[in-house]
Design a protein around this ligand. Structure first.
Ligand SMILES: [Zn+2]
Length: 212
């Protein structure tokens, strides 16, 4: 089975993608995390991604497709994949599906985790990251105060650079304007599963499983 999963920031789609990967033996390909990793590399592509991130610009479709091609080729043929946040634009739908079919894959299900705008903002502002090991933490869940050190390595923690009010607003705007039309395409194809993200992790997961 091959799945694409969508949701605004804070919807918990990464967590659900992990749970689905485990249940259905899928390889979780998260383009956002891949680009954050590449941005830290000392390479031409790394410098370009870092520059785009700093200016809060979207990664061009062509780069996304090339990076995705690389990661898809690494997945063994007997495993399905779950693509997290790709295709992200209507323009990426065809190239992503072409890449998949080159690997003998078709998208079976598209999952959309809905979350009210204000709830996205409230959840994102609680997210922190360790500056040494780059692990992510949520205030009130993994740590109690933003002044604590990383529970894993003791390093200093801070909000992710793009989790400022401006960054959050811009990314949510991009999601609703650029990615929601992609989700509508999957609705037209008849493979969309929609769930309410404004409930607990296990409830959201149960809703998804029921609809798969
Ligand atoms: Zn750490």
């Amino acid at each position: 089975m091959n799945i694409v999963i969508f949701g605004p920031q804070g919807s918990g789609k990464g967590t659900q993608a992990d749970k689905l990967s485990e249940k259905f033996n899928l390889s979780h390909i998260e383009t956002g995390q891949i680009f954050r990793d590449i941005a830290r590399e000392d390479s031409l592509l790394g410098a370009k991604i870092k520059d785009l991130n700093e200016h809060k610009e979207m990664i061009p479709d062509q780069i996304t497709i090339e990076v995705l091609r690389h990661y898809l080729e690494l997945v063994s043929k007997d495993k399905g994949v779950i693509l997290d946040s790709a295709p992200r634009t209507v323009g990426q739908i065809e190239p992503v599906e072409e890449l998949m079919s080159l690997e003998g894959r078709a998208i079976d299900k598209a999952i959309y985790i809905r979350l009210p705008y204000e709830e996205s903002v409230a959840r994102i502002t609680k997210r922190y990251m360790c500056m040494l090991c780059f692990r992510h933490f949520v205030i009130g869940k993994h740590i109690q105060l933003a002044s604590e050190d990383c529970p894993t390595c003791g390093g200093p923690i801070m909000q992710r650079g793009d989790d400022t009010p401006d960054g959050i607003a811009k990314r949510l705007k991009t999601f609703y304007e650029v990615t929601v039309p992609v989700i509508e395409k999957y609705r037209e194809k008849g493979i969309l599963i929609e769930v309410d993200g404004n409930q607990g992790v296990e409830e959201v997961f149960a809703d998804i499983i029921n609809q798969i």
